[in-house]
Each structure stands twice: as structure tokens, then as C-alpha cells.
Design a protein around this ligand. Structure first.
Ligand SMILES: O=C(O)CCC(=O)C(=O)O
Length: 292
């Protein structure tokens, strides 16, 4: 079964339905080419300088990676805080939490000659066999055209319904996410997937960000990756997504903070966090105000 692909003009319900049904869906044309090029330019020196530091059997030996993406590539804020992405994450995660957060943010450039990454589920981080809900979703942004030859992300459609350790995917049951630059592949945290082998003669660049339920610990510590002074430059929705806001309200607050922090977002009355979408301004507005 090929991964469903829609243009950005499609309605939200169609995207969410395909994601719930197949565990993955592609939406094309979500990021303007100029924005993608700016992000690539911002990432370049960091990928070149440190990209192989994360080299491992799982991450690959010819794959460049960088974390702390919003520190080194502030323009990526417009992807993490993208209205459609947030709306999809709202639909999947908000039935199970008051607010959700960025779990991790990683730029990944697969170089020619890299072999395929092992298929895995991102939510295996959490020691829960049958959660009965999605713990997180992932979004892979194509910073290059993704093809079957250059390592387009391999996805096992329908595998989010597999019974955890009982049902492992067949080694050839995957489909490559083939999508033009500026598209996004949405996938459930429970969907089996992995990077593809790059058999082309050019690198394949992508940016993965995950969003996890607000009562879970983040996969990558965003407070250290994006410290308060830096986070303060972004708009309130993105700061909340980075974790600078408590989860819940009243006596049920998790992660509360009563000190002085330039990035902190006061917990709004429920469900103001969602209602205020569109009124709080975009990451682009915040960056313009901060002059970055
Ligand atoms: O690079 C890709 O296409 C996927 C990478 C991935 O899933 C991971 O590193 O966890």
C-alpha cells in the first residue's frame, strides 16, 4: 500500500483520517522553497562541522545529524510551529493530554552510499506495551526531493496497528516516502519506519520533529537545547511547544514554575491554549520583532 499523498489545499479532516488509517501521510507544498533554502543554509555549517558526531550503528556512518535545530537554524521555527502541523498534532494528541510538546528536533542528511536504517517505532522510548493511545507523532520535512533512490524515509503502512512486540514488520513490507522538497511526512509514534539507503549521487536532507503528550518527558531536552533567552525570541505558541509551559491546570499542574523566566508561558485557562491559535502571532512575527 503506497503512502497517501495530498496537496496542502486538502482539508484537515482528510489528512487526519489518512494518518489514523494508515499510520502515515504525505502533504506536499507545506513549506515555501525559499524557506527551505534558508533553513538549509543555516544548517549547513553545523552539519559539516559536527554532523558525524552522532555516528552509530542505528544513526548510520554516512549520515550527518544535528540537534538544537532552533538554536542553529531559527528559520525552522516556521516548520515546528506550522499551523497545519499544529492542527494535525492537536487532532491526534489533544484527546490524551492538555498540551503537548516538541519531543525532539533533528536535521538528518543521508549521504550517498549510506545503507538503510533499521525499521523502528519512535514511541519505543517509553516502556509501555499497550498505551491505548498515540504517545507522539513525527513530522519529517523534506529539505530535498525525497525519492526511492536517495533514501526517502521507509514506512510500513498500517504498522501502527501492529500488536507491539508480537508483530514485527517484514523486512520488505515498507514503502518509501516519495515527496518533493517542502513536503511533510506525518507518521504516528507507533508506526514502523526508518531512513532509506541512499543509492543516488547526492545527499538527502530532512528535518524530523516529534510532538509528544505533555505529561511525558521529552526525548531531547529542549530547555537545554533552546535555553530561555533564545526561546524568548519565539512566539508564545512555539515557546509552549518547546515546553516552557506547564501541563494542565489548577492542582493537576505538571512542570509548574513560579520563578522568573523570559520564555515562560503562563498556563492559560483550559482550553485557551487552543482557542488563542491565530491571535498569538506566528513564529515569523516573533522573529521579526526580535530582529532575527
Ligand atoms: O532519515 C529518515 O528518513 C528517518 C530517520 C529516523 O527515523 C530516525 O533517525 O529515527
Amino acid at each position: 500500500m503506497a503512502i497517501s499523498s495530498f496537496e496542502r489545499t486538502v482539508d484537515l479532516g482528510t489528512i487526519v483520517e489518512a494518518l489514523r488509517r494508515d499510520g502515515a501521510v504525505v502533504v506536499t507544498g507545506l513549506a515555501e522553497p525559499g524557506l527551505v533554502d534558508t533553513i538549509r543554509t543555516e544548517l549547513r555549517p553545523h552539519l559539516d562541522a559536527d554532523g558525524l558526531r552522532t555516528k552509530s550503528e542505528f544513526n548510520g556512518s554516512r549520515t550527518l545529524r544535528t540537534n538544537s535545530v532552533l538554536s542553529v537554524a531559527p528559520s525552522a521555527a516556521d516548520l515546528v510551529d506550522h499551523d497545519l502541523v499544529v492542527a494535525v498534532a492537536d487532532a491526534i494528541l489533544l484527546p490524551h493530554c492538555a498540551t503537548y510538546q516538541v519531543g525532539s528536533l533533528t536535521a538528518i542528511e543521508i549521504l550517498p552510499g549510506e545503507s538503510e536504517q533499521a525499521l523502528h517505532r519512535d514511541d519505543s522510548l517509553y516502556p509501555i506495551e499497550n498505551a491505548g493511545m498515540e504517545l507522539q507523532i513525527g513530522v519529517m520535512w523534506a529539505l530535498d526531493d525525497f525519492t526511492a533512490e536517495n533514501g526517502g524515509t521507509r514506512v510500513v503502512p498500517g504498522s501502527h496497528r501492529f500488536l507491539r512486540s508480537w508483530h514485527l514488520p517484514g523486512v520488505s513490507d515498507w514503502e518509501p516516502a516519495v515527496m518533493p522538497k517542502g513536503s511533510a511526512l506525518f507518521y504516528m509514534g507507533s508506526t514502523w519506519h526508518g531512513g532509506g539507503a541512499n543509492q543516488s549521487d547526492a545527499p538527502r536532507s530532512g528535518l524530523i520533529n516529534t510532538y509528544s503528550l505533555g505529561w511525558l518527558r521529552q526525548e531531547s531536552n529542549q530547555y537545554l537545547e533552546i535555553p530561555p533567552e533564545r526561546a524568548a525570541r519565539f512566539g508564545p505558541r512555539l515557546r509552549a511547544l518547546l515546553g516552557y509551559m506547564a501541563h494542565g491546570a489548577g492542582d493537576d499542574l505538571i512542570g509548574k514554575f513560579r520563578g522568573d523566566c523570559p520564555a515562560w508561558v503562563d498556563t492559560p485557562p483550559e482550553p485557551a491554549w487552543r482557542d488563542e491559535r491565530g491571535q498569538v502571532g506566528t513564529a515569523a512575527d516573533a522573529k521579526a520583532q526580535a530582529g532575527i
